[in-house]
Design a protein around this ligand. Sequence first.
Ligand code: SF4
Ligand code: SF4
Length: 356
Amino acid sequence: MAGNNMRELVQSMQTRILGRTGLKVKILGVGGISPQDVVEKALEYGLNFYDVHGYKDAQGVDGRVRFKNAFGKTSLKREDVVLTGRSAALTCEELLKDLDNALDLMKMDYFDIYGLYNITQAAGRVEKAMGPGGALEGLKKAKAAGKIRFIGGVSGHHHKELIRLIKTDEFDAVMVAVNVFDQDVVSEVLPVTRALNMGTLAMKPFAKGIFISNPKAALNYVFSCDISAAIPGMMNLLELECNIRAAAGFCGLSKADMAALKKEADEISKTEGTHICRQCGYCVPVCEQNIDIKNIFYMERQANRYYSKPWAQEAYEKVENNATKCIECGNCEKECPYDLPIREMLKKTHTDLVKP
Ligand code: SF4
Ligand code: SF4
């Protein structure tokens, strides 16, 4: 009964054209970290857009294998779904190898959209990927060979770099974090993707778990922006069904939605101030002390916002290289797209999380 209801809701959900690709997708897609049971149900309910990526689940199963397993349980044909994937490779050779490996894991012949992952993560990546022998060359070869239909999936958090890349006009679709917090994306990135008629896929509509008390309002905000589809990662069936209800009921951003978002934003500034880690992970590889900055800030959010302080303290206790290992070199801050004072934040987090 619930399944029928979900299928009807998905059927009634708005469909949008994914920019110049001409692909038609439901406004709610399924993000790459979603576990297999969520993907299975989403396929059964009729959602047609999936980000298929190598994120591992708690059992260590690769996202491409999870998708293959879920898809194998349906009677759907390949052309019933739109699939997007990404590679972090910077050279032509590596990208083609990555793509072949992904297709092999999925037991499929092609991606609808395939592109570059976290391309703006560090200085020099864009130049390498876009230059001679770079990953873009690999994408073009893959397209000519029929392994991908469109070039895209350029995800990135450094918005100025991302705009520079988008303006090369080499991409058919772009993947970018869109949520009520990241207003510069809405005012600076989306107008450029619109002008170039690029498909725009909104990652992180809940700002990586920052906005949680009213998912309907957070999604309505994202749907009301100039995007093709939102692709939240959904960790369980409850989240999937809740998001389907919100997406099916979308008919614009209401005053009540905006009031709910503003209330939550005010609460967030009370608990986290303006220093909010977006969990992009760009700072992690440059820390020579191997401090897992991203996860430490995740623990702090759990402690201060979601009232799970004992859990966060336990988790922090197990961190081998905690905030006390910081030698204050500042390398992480140079990489943070949100200009966060990481050193200062680490000290505060340590004080908050260390058991008395
Ligand atoms: S400032 Fe601290 S946390 Fe940041 S890179 Fe240096 S050692 Fe790592
Ligand atoms: S501190 Fe900055 S760079 Fe590091 S994960 Fe958070 S937002 Fe990303």
